[in-house]
Design a protein around this ligand. Structure first.
Ligand code: OAD
Length: 224
């Protein structure tokens, strides 16, 4: 099993959320304003505009060697906190990928009719109105304070508890409940390998930590 975060896509040019540098998203932008229901309700256009910019970054980015190495590890289930589609574009089939925090390349109905659809507009701004029920549409990502998609979370928990090997890639390990998966795997007896150029709290749970960028490490670590 693999559990990954924003560091996996860093070498594709997509900024991470937390880092010492000013480049990280949460150093430059306020998650309360841009990644919460309250922020969206206060100013939906500001939130949609920010997602349009991020969608542009994703559209221009290409999968890196770490995405390709993970796509080629056919036995592994890939549980990701990332909302981009670079893992899919590297060739991993949908059924092997669990997106815990949703998908930035989709919109969904905010009013609960269940509609989800790909973002179609060229500018990536997305829809403001749900095409099914006429309610409010929004980016299909999980915001702070929202629960994770239940079926995805249940499957990820079960897989983590049962796996004998967990490869953790590019996550700070500070966002719950996602980071709890590493503890579940360790408690279930899995051998845990953590790949991250920086030390993180997950090192304490890992049997091995490799402090290096993912795109350099993963092709050497995984089967062709
Ligand atoms: P973070 O931005 O918190 O952490 C990214 C991690 O990637 C850091 O620990 C970096 O050291 C590491 N990193 C940077 N470059 C790397 C590289 N080339 N190879 C490997 N690792 C590298 O991102 P996440 O842990 O994914 O949630 O953050 C978790 C959640 O917080 C995100 O899904 C998002 C955010 O708020 C939502 O939007 C709900």
């Amino acid at each position: 099993m693999v559990f990954c975060g924003a560091g996996l896509s860093a070498e594709s040019g997509i900024p991470t959320f937390r880092a010492a540098s000013d480049h990280a998203l949460w150093s430059r932008y306020d998650p309360e304003e841009l990644a919460s229901i309250e922020g969206f309700t206060r100013n939906p256009d500001r939130v949609r505009g920010w997602y349009a910019w991020r969608r542009g970054l994703v559209a221009e980015a290409m999968p890196n060697d770490a995405h390709h190495a993970l796509a080629g590890w056919h036995e592994a289930l890939l549980v990701t906190q990332n909302v981009d589609d670079l893992q899919e574009r590297a060739g991993a089939p949908d059924e092997r990928i669990l997106h815990l925090h949703g998908s930035i390349v989709h919109d969904r109905c905010h009013d609960g009719c269940g509609w989800v659809g790909p973002v179609e507009s060229e500018a990536g701004g997305g829809r403001s109105e749900c095409p099914r029920c006429g309610g409010v549409a929004r980016p299909a990502v999980v915001w702070f304070g929202e629960t994770l998609p239940q079926a995805v979370w249940t499957r990820a928990c079960r897989a983590c508890s049962e796996t004998d090997l967990l490869l953790v890639v590019g996550t700070s390990g500070v966002v719950q409940p996602a980071a709890m998966l590493v503890e579940m795997a360790a408690d279930g007896g899995a051998y845990v390998v953590n790949v991250n150029p920086e030390p993180t709290p997950l090192d304490a749970l890992a049997d091995a930590s490799i402090h290096a960028p993912a795109a350099g490490v993963l092709p050497a670590l995984l089967p062709d």
